[in-house]
Design a protein around this ligand. Structure first.
Ligand SMILES: *Cc1c(COP(=O)(O)O)cnc(C)c1O
Length: 393
């Protein structure tokens, strides 16, 4: 075995993907109800994205930030306009965007807020998922992600997710930022109380603390909003974007937000060889254009049907819990069925639908936003059949 065993994929080997459908090496088709954890929001091999990569690959692929290129400022302008922010910092992966936001917040805390070196604290939430770097796993509460990787980066405090009062109590004069997901994706699509993010916004304002919202998974259409924070009327100081920003064809991430915060990262203080490269910017520009289309409306329009079908499965005692926003759902397999999330996903695979378990008996559903009503029904038929054990022979 030459491959590091840090994943345990479902037993299927894919070779092609178009729209909502992926094909395995034997030629069997599956509906993709995971969509690369929302990276493939626009569907596999979107013609405009494929065209953009091919065209740009023939023109200019990498200059590093040692030189400028003709697409960097256009992408910065387009993304800040789309997200109604002042400044953007281009990176590659989601974890890098979060790391960059943490660095910007700390720099701001020392240079602007005047916290004593090196006392800055960042308050995060229990059950969060922000990536896999040593600093990020330092405040993870998932033993698989954290144990064995110490010594851990200090300067983080965690509070129960959804509890604004706990965060209020945790704020001190050394608090630089609050870092949360607007919905916890990896944890099983956990939706906090409606007033959670608005309360955090108020606390951040009251205490001169930054609010960093990680929208790597929730952002760019998944919940029917360009940024999920807009669903509850909140504007973060820094927002991290990733996954769908690269349209599922390329790693593209960014931090967008306040110029007086990101502006603390002056020349030489932070960087990335590939961040903001010409191919990434070309794809990012195309993604910004796509997001002006009807993807958000589609997510909103199909959302009630997704919820209705899943709630019917609760009534049939197939599921014990359902959480949905837009085209995103976390479901808990009913304990009476005695099935793990993994077993349900393996059965769904047999039914021609790909999904992924999260923790224990929970599953996450996130079909590409191009999913048709008929495909949505078919994918949910697959889940229902898997739960009932009605498997094809
Ligand atoms: C996936 C994810 C990340 C990490 O992104 P990578 O590209 O895998 O590094 C960070 N935050 C959230 C909320 C995510 O869902």
């Amino acid at each position: 075995m030459t491959l590091t065993p840090n994943y345990n994929p479902l037993p299927v080997t894919l070779r092609e993907g178009h729209g909502t459908t992926v094909t395995d090496v034997e030629g069997r088709d599956y509906l993709d109800f995971l969509a690369g954890y929302s990276a493939v929001n626009f569907g596999h091999s979107h013609p405009r994205l494929v065209e953009a990569v091919a065209e740009q690959a023939k023109r200019l692929t990498l200059v590093s930030r040692a030189f400028d290129h003709d697409l960097l400022m256009p992408f910065a302008n387009a993304l800040t306009e789309l997200t109604q922010t002042e400044m953007m910092l281009p990176m590659n992966t989601g974890a890098e965007a979060v790391e960059s936001a943490i660095k910007a917040a700390r720099k701001w805390a020392y240079d602007v807020k005047g916290i004593e070196p090196y006392r800055a604290e960042i308050i995060a939430a229990e059950g969060s998922f922000h990536g896999r770097t040593t600093t990020i796993v330092s405040f993870s509460s998932d033993p698989d992600a954290k144990d064995g990787f110490g010594p851990y980066t200090p300067g983080f405090i965690t509070c129960p997710y959804g509890d604004a009062g706990a965060i209020e109590n945790a704020i001190t004069e050394n608090t630089a930022a609050i870092l949360v997901e607007p919905i916890q994706g990896e944890a099983g699509v956990l939706i906090p109380p409606e007033d959670y993010l608005p309360r955090l916004r108020e606390l951040a304002d009251q205490h001169n603390v930054l609010l960093i919202v990680d929208e790597v998974q929730s952002g760019l259409g998944r919940t029917g909003y360009l940024l999920d924070q807009w669903r509850v009327g909140v504007k973060a100081d820094l927002t991290t974007l990733g996954k769908a920003l690269g349209g599922g064809v390329y790693p593209v991430s960014a931090v967008v937000g306040r110029a007086d915060v990101l502006g603390c990262l002056t020349a030489g203080t932070h960087g990335s060889t590939f961040g903001g490269n010409p191919v990434a910017c070309r794809i990012g520009l195309e993604v910004v254009e796509l997001l002006k289309g009807d993807y958000l409306e589609r997510a909103t329009k199909l959302a009630p049907r997704l919820r209705e079908r899943l709630e019917a499965m609760v009534e049939q005692n197939l599921l014990s819990g359902v959480r949905t926003v837009g085209l995103w759902a976390g479901v808990d397999v009913h304990p009476d069925l005695g099935l793990t999330g993994r077993e349900v996903c393996e059965r769904m695979l047999q039914c021609g639908v790909l999904a992924k378990d999260t923790h224990g008996a929970s599953l996450r559903l996130a079909p590409p936003l191009v999913v048709t009503e008929e495909e949505l029904e078919r994918g949910l038929d697959g889940l229902e059949a898997a739960l009932k054990g009605d498997l094809p022979s």
